[in-house]
Ligand binder design. Structure first.
Ligand code: ADP
Ligand code: MG
Ligand code: ZN
Length: 180
């Protein structure tokens, strides 16, 4: 175990708020700095491409697909930085996994929805936010009124927490429009 402890930086917000774009921007900077990182995404997210992380405006970076949080350990070789997109979809062990990784000196950049479609904290995100070093809350534009949006509204009547989709299933709304 190294002396140096890692840190957790989180990019959160609603759907369409630019989390993935911001994550890709930070990873491209790491490329310029010639720093090694590995990007993970949960298998449940197959909206655009299976082996890439893709933003809504089609920017992309190669990713390693994992089905559970603990898979991260076996994929790390000599990277000192790992990134995760759609972290809210991973199982609740993600919190313990991240704590162990920072103990081992690995830095984590993590993007995910802070709230589900009901406006409730999503998956491991609240616990990870609590132990994070830095948080960037992103905002979308309200689909209904154009104000700053921080809620993800589900357009159909499905009630399970995880329902993969994009504009066919969800829209970003401000607080006023969300609670209407
Ligand atoms: P996230 O990962 O947070 O869901 P992305 O980074 O994939 O978001 O996509 C953000 C992009 O989505 C914006 O740059 C913009 O091009 C597009 N977009 C579509 N609808 C909206 C909206 N209502 N508000 C903001 N951006 C939107
Ligand atoms: Mg995204
Ligand atoms: Zn609104």
């Amino acid at each position: 175990m190294k002396n140096h402890k890692g840190k957790i930086d989180i990019i959160c917000g609603s759907m369409f708020s630019g989390k993935t774009e911001e994550l890709i921007r930070r990873l491209k900077r790491l490329d310029f700095a010639k720093k090694k990182y590995k990007l993970f995404k949960p298998i449940v997210d197959n909206r655009y491409d299976n082996k890439k992380v893709v933003s809504h405006n089609m920017n992309s970076v190669q990713a390693t697909i994992i089905s559970k949080s603990e898979d991260i350990y076996k994929h790390i070789k000599n990277e000192n930085i790992i990134a995760i997109d759609e972290a809210q979809f991973l199982d609740e062990k993600l919190y313990e996994v991240c704590k162990k990784l920072i103990e081992d000196g690995i830095d984590i950049i993590l993007a995910g929805l802070d709230m589900d479609y009901k406006g409730e904290p999503f998956g491991s995100m609240p616990k990870l936010l609590a132990i994070s070093n830095d948080v960037k809350k992103m905002h979308a534009v309200c689909f209904d009124c154009g104000e700053t949006a921080n809620y993800t509204f589900r357009i159909n009547n499905d009630t399970q927490q995880v329902l993969i989709g994009s504009k066919e299933n969800y829209k970003a709304l401000c607080k006023n429009c969300f609670f209407k």
